[in-house]
Design a binder for this molecule. Structure first.
Ligand code: ZN
Length: 286
């Protein structure tokens, strides 16, 4: 099959971005829907189900961030700031079907909020405040950083092998709050015997991935509030198996319509056990 990126030189060149957080989140959700549909299209053709004409995707040089006139530097106008994981399988512009100049992207293993990441966030939230309408934390299923933190939690004696350097320990320490909270929530949902359950490690990893995004969003909202006004932080998780983003785990295609693409950053610590219970309720459907 052919996927064709098409630039029409006669199309209007003005870049109209979203005007507020709601429009911005809608644009990102629609972008992920397009991406997921494109993946399904490729899967269907690959499995011989259908033979469709080429998929044509229009592009705009302003949104790509390339000069439309030689020697003219394009304006820096992203509409969303996204903190995501460095995992190579989660390219944020692709999974949200956005152009390069649509997103101000900060990527670090485990989408944790270290000092340098905060510096990038503060810069974007102030210097690019006119164009940026929303702030997103995007975790992902199968996250290696969260998995490593869970393994340390389950087997502290292996700490030195897993977190072999000061830098890695520092990164995993930031994920540990989400892991501990998730372990507590699993115990309160299923009793202490859950630790012996066959799926305990898998459940702890999956719950921790959603909780890690929520915890980071909570911290990020407070950080953003300290440097500017009116920027809302949301969180989501990219499910690599379904190629879709959601604030809760997917157990099958029947969950697509009932799962919000994003959730607002928790306002207080009281929100965390509630979020954990919502995630665990989805795991219980297995
Ligand atoms: Zn990751």
């Amino acid at each position: 099959m052919d996927i064709i990126y098409r630039f029409d030189p006669h199309a209007p060149l003005e870049s109209k971005g979203p005007k507020n957080n709601r429009e911005s989140l809608k644009l990102l959700a629609n972008g992920n829907e397009r991406f997921a549909k494109l993946v399904e299209h490729v899967q269907d053709i690959g499995s011989g189900k259908r033979d469709l004409p080429p998929k044509i995707i229009p592009i705009n040089p302003i949104k790509l961030g390339v000069p439309i006139v030689s020697g003219l530097e394009p304006a820096h106008e992203p509409f969303a700031l996204v903190l995501g994981c460095a995992d190579a399988r989660v390219p944020l512009e692709h999974i949200l079907d956005c152009s390069a100049n649509d997103l101000f992207v900060v990527r670090v293993a485990g989408n944790v909020l270290g000092l340098e990441c905060l510096g990038s966030v503060d810069y974007a939230a102030t210097a690019l405040r006119k164009s940026i309408q929303s702030v997103i934390v995007m975790g992902h299923t199968g996250c290696g950083a969260v998995t490593a933190a869970v393994d340390i939690y389950l087997s502290p004696s292996d700490f030195a092998n897993i977190a072999f350097s000061h830098a890695v320990r520092s990164l995993l320490d930031r994920v540990m709050l989400a892991v501990r909270g998730s372990a507590r929530a699993l115990e309160s949902a299923f009793g202490s015997k859950v630790q012996k359950a066959k799926y305990y490690r898998d459940w702890l990893i999956e719950t921790s991935i959603y909780m890690n995004s929520a915890v980071t969003a909570y911290d990020l909202q407070r950080e953003v509030d300290a440097v500017t006004k009116g920027l809302h932080v949301s969180y989501s998780v990219y499910d690599m198996a379904w190629t879709r983003i959601g604030a809760l785990p997917f157990r099958g295609a029947e969950d697509f319509d009932s799962t919000p693409h994003f959730a607002p950053a928790p306002k207080t610590s009281v929100d965390f056990p509630i979020i954990a219970q919502q995630v665990i309720a989805r795991l219980g459907k297995e």
